[in-house]
Structures are given as structure tokens and as C-alpha cells.
Design a protein around this ligand. Structure first.
Ligand SMILES: [Zn+2]
Ligand SMILES: [Zn+2]
Length: 144
């Protein structure tokens, strides 16, 4: 009926599995210090989907931090291997951010923006041909 592709993903140990239907709403790379610590790399590459389009199987644990906006940003991970599998923000109900490296098929990923560019390390090159924001830009208008 639909020609939408189904994406699959998993954590490092395979105890948590992701199934994603539907296209990403937004794609971005985030250089904030929290993402650097959580990922152990220079940035996180994230694709945001409607939560209704994402199925997560397996147990996860969440760790929430208060973002600059005052909202709670919770990063969920596999308790067995520690891989990040999804994130959610208290200000954006119904949307989950998936770390693109957890997805098996990621050739479609094309970041639309770089956020927290102020925290970008000199050794971690990301595109300056797309909008770069020093912090988090205001969210797009809610579709109410
Ligand atoms: Zn795991
Ligand atoms: Zn970040």
C-alpha cells in the first residue's frame, strides 16, 4: 500500500531493536557538550521522527538533563551495552530523536542544520554549507 521504507536499527549488543516507518521530520548534528559526553565523539547525528512511527523493543534506561531551554532532554540507552537508542525532549511530545548510527540503513541521512556549533571541536569537521547555529535555534512553529 505504501512505498515508504521501513528502517531497522539496534544497540551494540542487540537487546534493543528499532523499527522506523515514515520519513524523518528533521535531521541535525549537535555539537553540544552533553552530546559529546554521551556519544564519546565530537557530535551526535540525529534524525527526528514521530514517536508513532518508531517502535522500540527491549528494555531501555533513560538519563534526563535540563537543557539550556529549561526543558528536560532524556537520552535513552541500552542498560546492557550502553548504546544510545533514542532521545526525547519534554517540550516536544510525540517526537523522538534517533542517533543515526544506531540505524542499519543510514545512507539517506542529510543534516539540515548544525546546532551548538559554538562547542564544535577543531578536530571534528561538520558542514558549514548548511545553517550553523551557536546554540539551539527556536523550534519550527507547532502545527496546531
Ligand atoms: Zn545493547
Ligand atoms: Zn547535543
Amino acid at each position: 500500500m505504501s512505498d515508504e521504507k521501513t528502517l531497522t536499527g539496534q544497540c551494540l549488543c542487540g537487546a534493543v531493536k528499532l523499527t522506523i516507518k515514515g520519513a524523518p521530520l528533521r535531521m541535525a548534528q549537535c555539537h553540544c557538550k552533553d552530546c559529546q559526553r554521551a556519544s564519546g565523539g565530537g557530535h551526535m547525528a540525529l534524525a527526528f521522527f514521530k514517536s508513532d512511527d518508531v517502535t522500540i523493543a527491549g528494555e531501555t534506561k533513560g538519563y534526563g538533563v535540563t537543557a539550556d531551554s529549561g526543558n528536560t532532554n532524556t537520552r535513552h540507552f541500552c542498560p546492557g551495552c550502553g548504546s544510545r537508542v533514542f532521545g526525547e525532549n519534554s517540550a516536544r511530545a510525540g517526537i523522538v530523536g534517533i542517533p543515526v548510527g544506531a540505524i542499519d540503513q543510514s545512507g539517506w541521512f542529510e543534516p539540515q542544520a548544525i546546532v551548538y556549533a559554538k562547542d564544535r571541536a577543531a578536530w571534528d569537521k561538520t558542514s558549514t554549507d548548511i545553517p550553523n547555529f551557536d546554540t539551539m535555534p527556536p523550534p519550527p512553529p507547532a502545527s496546531k
